[in-house]
Structures are given as structure tokens and as C-alpha cells.
Design a protein around this ligand. Sequence first.
Ligand code: IPD
Ligand code: CA
Ligand code: CA
Length: 274
Amino acid sequence: MTATDDLDLSACLDFAVDLALDAGAVLRAYFGGSLMVETKSSEIDPVTDADRASEALILERLRHHFPDHAILAEESGHQEGTHFTWLVDPLDGTVNFAHGLPHYAVSIALYRGRTGLVGVIYEPERDELFWAVRGRGAWLRRRRERRLYRLHVSDARRLRESIIATGFHYLRETLDRNNIAEFSEIVMRAQGIRRAGSAALDLAYVAAGRLDGYWEYYMSPWDIGAGGLIVQEAGGILRTVEGEAWDPWQTSTVASGPALMPLFLEALRRAREA
Ligand code: IPD
Ligand code: CA
Ligand code: CA
């Protein structure tokens, strides 16, 4: 055991919560104003000055408080460190944000190797803070309210009674799995399907039982690291679309309550094999 194995997870949670709230305040200050928008991997993949300002704040404080930890942040790449890694999406939902659509979030997670320890997602517009610590459940707090809500995934058993969320990668025109066959299958079987534009919030909403399931291909660890832990701590299941064990470095993510997962995976398998 190294010295860093003694990490105080409650202190890490408090730190990550403060960071997410402050980064969220930065985003809110930019939201609705005139933004500098550039593109990254393709002409539909935007980054704004708000993404960069939020990430700069987060990285500055992470480096100061945990100088030996690794960081995997969307806009700045990978900083080497110990086996503790912070996964940082400074603005999840950039397309929404750039269009003035108020559905976006900050997502911060701490992992040891491939195991989630702390996950925090903050949605500034509704002032909703979702978090989880490994083994201590998943929670929601709104700052204007005093109480905490414990999160539980839904007990939906059938796609017919389920709202399912998904997303489509920015490189969907060229990727081998563009998700269209899967979308066609699920849209015909579920009660409703949503493409709301923030994977972090899709997972937080599965944890809260607002959505019954979520799947997507080719996510990056910063998109789903915090949300994955929050779903697990809310009693949910995570798998790859092949039904294999999940972690944020896998190339697909399927999330739901335990009762729905077998039929959900079966529908996705049918779509892939069609
Ligand atoms: C994107 C969102 C979107 C998902 C994309 C992500 P970004 O993240 O989470 O919902 O479908 O795959 O890349 O670019 O807004 O941080
Ligand atoms: Ca982002
Ligand atoms: Ca993202």
C-alpha cells in the first residue's frame, strides 16, 4: 500500500463538489452570451471559450491539490500521475450550450485504476448536483433546498414501459457503428426515446429513475466516468453492448436498472445482427 492509498474519499468528494459548483458558475456566466466556437474532430464537434474556461479552473485546482494524480481531461488530454486518475468533462453538452439550449453539465470523477471512487455531475440551470462515493450510495441535492435525495434506478422490466436515452458520436458518418440500427430497434419497442445531448446527464437521470435506460457507442472516459459510478451506486447495472463488464474505457455503454438489462441487451443484439 502506498501513501496515496490512504486517500480520504469524503474530502475528495467535498473537493470535487466545490470544483463542479464553481465550474458550473463559470459556465452559467457564459451561457446565452456570445461565444467563441471552434471545431475539433469534425465540423459538427464544437469547443467554446466556456469549455476552456471551465477546464482551466478545474485543472488549476486539481494540480494544486493532487499534484501526483493523473488527469484525463477532454480539452487538454492526459497528464501522467499515480494510479489515481481524475476524469474531467468541463462542459458536457457543448452542442446544446452553443445553441442556447439549457441542458448541460460539469462532470468530474476520481478513479483508482478502472474502479470509480467519487463521481460528481453538476447541472447549473436546474441547480442539480448528483454525486456518488463508492459504497455510499448516490445522491441529489439542489442548493435552494436543504434536503438530500437518495437516488434509485427505476424498476422498469419492459421496454414498453421505459424511456431510453442515447447519443450519436461526432464521427458517426465514418464510424462502423453509427447507432442507427440500434436506434431504429429501440424506438419501435420503447415507450419513448430521447437524445438530449449530455451523456453525463443521461446517466445521472438513469440513476434518478427519470430515464429507464441509456446506451451509446464510443464514449470517452470523461463523458461517463462520474455518471457510471452514480448509476452503480443507485443500484443500476452497466454493461458493454456485448453484455461484457463495463468501465469508462470500454467502447460502448449500456445502463439501466437490473430488471430491464436482459431485454435491453437482447434488443440491442438483435439490432446489431440484423
Ligand atoms: C457529448 C455529449 C453527447 C454525446 C456525445 C458526447 P460533449 O459530449 O455527451 O450527449 O452523445 O457522444 O461527445 O462534446 O458535449 O462534451
Ligand atoms: Ca465536453
Ligand atoms: Ca462530453
